[in-house]
Design a protein around this ligand. Sequence first.
Ligand SMILES: *Cc1c(COP(=O)(O)O)cnc(C)c1O
Length: 230
Amino acid sequence: MRKEQIIENLNHVRERIVTSCHANQRDVASVTLLAVSKTRPAGDLRAAYEAGQRDFGENYLQEALQKQDQMQDLPGIRWHFIGALQSNKSRAVAERFDWLHTVDRLKLARRLSEQRPAGMAPLNVCLQVNIDGEATKSGVLAAELPELARQVAALPNLALRGLMAIPAPRTEDRAEPHRRLTQLLEALRSQLPEAPLDTLSMGMSGDLEAAIEAGSTVVRVGTDIFGARD
Ligand SMILES: *Cc1c(COP(=O)(O)O)cnc(C)c1O
């Protein structure tokens, strides 16, 4: 996509975030825009970077690592892995990412903690919750969340930052699943007062406003910045 178009789209998404924050009496600085750049060439990410974007979300490991190599000259990027991650591919995420949004099982979390290099800050993780209990979606069910959270919070080289979800689309009361995720995070905070639970990763191009209304702190936007994917 043309660089000018990406910048225009990015500014439009930023305006939507500001408008939603104001409508809900929220501080604009409390919401981080994560630019979801899966399938996009490094040049598109570069255009967003030049316009001040620093958080990038990737879904496919090989593709992400390639772009990281191509963008090594750009300081200050925070790389987020937001795709499904097989346990046998955990090492590259432990070594080269700042965040992982899709932890849904203890085995994966243990490996990541063991593989996080000494001298790096703990890997920031969110637990992915299957908030609508959909058979086709990954994520832990709400009933299993407290136990998994307790175990992940105890791992030395991970920082358990919060929860992530991809709610099923709905036409009425669009923020309802997002509010349930917010409540799950609040319950975890009282259960695990020592954990740095400050993150709700929810909201994409289609449900950004509903997510901010319900308390999202990270919106993950792809299409509305980089255009429709094939
Ligand atoms: C692709 C993707 C997004 C971005 O979705 P858009 O609808 O393109 O904004 C957000 N989160 C996850 C987990 C994704 O896989």
